[in-house]
Design a protein around this ligand. Structure first.
Ligand code: PMT
Length: 404
């Protein structure tokens, strides 16, 4: 594990597992990282700042300012300094505050100011872990790109047996090293991602749309940005907001608008991932005034939209990669293969509406990736964040394989 020159903030909150964080700090420092420790007031009851300061070789920060000389501990500077922020243990309380944007201690303000990837290793009693409030908070954080290191099952401080034990320090350090390597070495410098649905106007109040929430596309944009990639996210109407400062979002409504934005941005990118659920048809002549209700049948004339993926496929340079998605309900693999070829894609990500937990609106997805060399790779159901990492790993391999 080579962490030379990496700046890591360790945030310690008030959980019994704080004693394991001492080993985490030691491991990171031993492998070359420069570590700064932030502790919440509650954490100081569980492990002393002296231990953490000795192991990290730097003073531990817990307050906004030094009460003795009034010196301000700048959470903004810390947030900008760090290459990675690991919160371990992360209590249910701190996770809830992170999800809600509460900033009532130095650790939380540093979290809100951080521009680097954030990992959280939760530790709590099994009932607190399972509680819908905690699970909802975790989901919010995952969607915002926080890497949650799942706790393990076993004997808990309460004496109960179940899930809630903080992952072992060595595993957290490994996950941190992997994340930092990805960030340092991505061959993708600029990428374009499309996300969400398109809305095709029927009249000023109605449209043809679909059930895409944007979750999959936004997860891809966040994961790319966390690897240091400059991302242009071309988004149809969604309730989501990108978090990472490396994401520039262009909001569009209809397929034509998405086509124009995508075509404009594509030449400046190394790769485009087309995750949006673009309408295949649009009304020929949207009414300029609201269509009134009548007893008559209404016929709507539709024309095909431009195929954005195919248009990019025609102008793709040798050093660019194009990834499409295929959302299928039948003949899944055959249809995906046809789309891969017809649109001149390098990879296609197949998800099927027949798989429970996959596709529209869910927090999870189940995918098969097909490549233009005939490769086919199937993955189990997992969070859209984890799926995004797999897709980007595959894309990076594809980019380096052919260009090197
Ligand atoms: O947003 P979520 O709720 O998280 O859901 C994610 C998702 C299900 C929308 C996503 O995983 C997905 O499958 N997106 C593609 C949906 C789709 O439109 O698939 P398709 O098989 O109809 O299209 C094939 C490819 O061509 C896609 O890359 C699509 O972006 C592209 N396309 C389609 C039509 C069109 N006019 N232009 C295009 O570029």
């Amino acid at each position: 594990m080579d962490l030379n020159g990496q700046h890591i903030i360790i945030g310690v909150t008030g959980g019994i597992a704080a004693y394991k964080t001492a080993t985490l700090v030691r491991t990171l420092v031993k492998n070359g990282a420069e570590v700064r420790v932030l502790m919440t007031p509650a954490a100081k009851h569980l492990i002393t700042p002296l231990t953490m300061a000795t192991l990290s070789k730097h003073p531990v920060l817990t307050e906004f300012y030094n009460p003795e000389n009034g010196e301000w501990n700048s959470h903004v500077r810390l947030g900008l300094w760090a290459d990675l922020f690991i919160i371990a243990p992360a209590t249910a309380n701190t996770l809830a505050k992170m999800a809600a944007g509460i900033a009532d201690n130095l650790l939380l303000t540093a979290y809100l100011s951080a521009r680097c990837p954030v990992m959280a290793a939760p530790a709590m009693d099994m009932d607190m872990w399972q509680h819908p409030a905690t699970q909802d908070n975790l989901q919010i954080l995952r969607q915002r790109g926080v890497h949650i290191i799942e706790p393990t099952a076993g004997e808990l401080a309460s004496g109960l047996d179940g899930k809630g034990r903080m992952e072992e320090p060595e595993c957290i350090a490994d996950a941190a090293a992997q994340l930092l390597v990805k960030k340092k070495s991505s061959p993708i410098k600029r990428a374009l991602v499309t996300a969400g649905p398109t809305y095709e106007a029927i009249d000023p109040v109605r449209y043809i749309g679909n059930h895409s929430s944007g979750k999959m596309g936004y997860a891809l944009a966040e994961a790319l940005a966390q690897r240091g990639v400059r991302v242009t996210l071309i988004s149809g109407p969604t309730a989501l907001t990108p978090v990472h400062a490396g994401i520039e979002r262009l909001c569009v409504t209809g397929a034509q608008e998405m086509y124009e934005a995508t075509l404009r941005c594509f030449p400046d990118t190394d790769a485009a991932i087309l995750c949006a659920a673009v309408a295949d048809y649009t009304p020929v002549a949207p009414a300029t005034k609201k269509i009134k209700h009548t007893p008559e049948t209404l016929l709507l004339e539709l024309k095909p939209t431009i195929d954005i993926a195919a248009a990019l496929g025609r102008q793709k340079r040798d050093n660019q990669r194009l990834v499409g998605f295929a959302l299928e309900t039948d003949n899944e693999t055959t249809n995906a293969q046809q789309k891969l070829q017809a649109k001149n894609l390098d990879l296609i990500v197949l998800n099927s509406l027949n798989d429970e937990g996959a596709g529209f609106g869910t927090d999870t997805n189940k995918i098969t990736i097909l490549d233009s060399r005939g490769g086919q790779y199937e993955y189990p159901l997992q969070s859209k964040q984890a799926v995004a990492e797999i897709i980007i790993d595959t894309l990076e391999k594809n980019l380096t394989h052919v260009t090197s």
